[in-house]
Ligand binder design. Structure first.
Ligand SMILES: NC(=O)c1ccc[n+]([C@@H]2O[C@H](COP(=O)([O-])OP(=O)(O)OC[C@H]3O[C@@H](n4cnc5c(N)ncnc54)[C@H](OP(=O)(O)O)[C@@H]3O)[C@@H](O)[C@H]2O)c1
Length: 189
């Protein structure tokens, strides 16, 4: 494996990633930089960072990397981005998160048309114990349990649940412009 650091808020950084990558089959971006809190207290710079990770970043990745995608393979080339359940279940102090995730859902539709035949999809997780909730400390377990109690699937998600969805998006040559909701039905309950 080879690593290349990239800042999706910086077009030169994304261009450098493209130069370092060359031809490739599949691109997955899980980037997020949430700007949570009451709107009255949010700084515009934080809102920009949230949009950079989820909206401008995917646009820049498509701009700089789509020309190098290997579309002449059986599965074709694909981009998979990460949206999130907040777009479908808005909550107070989560307006920017809801908006960036919602924008991404429409972005994959538009990109799927613009950069065809590269396929473009999104995975929209519900609450998944990726480590992102570790900041809750001793309250994390109770939080995850309360989410599981509400979800129609009666569980929280695992990283493996998300990996399965990403693999499906990568290897399904007739799937593009779609949001795969891997949220235990959490957007409905
Ligand atoms: N976990 C959940 O319960 C959940 C729920 C709904 C949606 N999602 C979505 O699923 C995805 C993965 O979730 P996660 O829990 O793994 O998120 P996470 O732990 O918050 O990780 C987000 C990653 O994005 C990177 N990032 C932020 N801004 C970036 C930028 N400008 N350029 C490049 N990378 C940037 C961060 O890098 P640094 O560490 O270097 O800052 C971090 O590694 C995210 O898009 C998230 O919104 C997750």
């Amino acid at each position: 494996a080879r690593t290349v650091p990239v800042d999706l808020a910086d077009e030169a950084s994304v261009a450098a990633l493209a130069a370092a990558t060359g031809r490739f089959d599949h691109l997955v971006s899980t980037a997020a930089m949430p700007a949570n809190g009451p709107l009255a207290e949010l700084e515009l710079a934080d809102i920009h960072r949230a949009f950079a990770a989820k909206v401008y970043g995917p646009l820049l990745l498509a701009k700089h990397l789509a020309p190098q995608a290997a579309t002449d393979t059986p599965d074709g080339a694909s981009f998979t981005f990460f949206s999130g359940v907040a777009a479908w279940r808005p909550a107070p102090a989560r307006t920017v998160m809801a908006t960036t995730n919602g924008a991404l859902a429409f972005l994959v539709q538009a990109l799927a048309v613009e950069i065809a035949p590269v396929r473009v999809n999104a995975v929209s997780p519900g609450i998944v114990d990726t480590g992102a909730w570790d900041g809750l400390g001793p309250d994390k377990a109770a939080f995850l349990r309360s989410v599981a109690d509400r979800n129609p699937a009666r569980r929280t998600g695992t990283v493996d649940d998300l990996v399965g969805a990403v693999r499906f998006a990568m290897t399904s040559p007739f799937v593009t412009g779609t949001v795969l909701h891997v949220d235990g039905g959490g957007r409905l309950a």
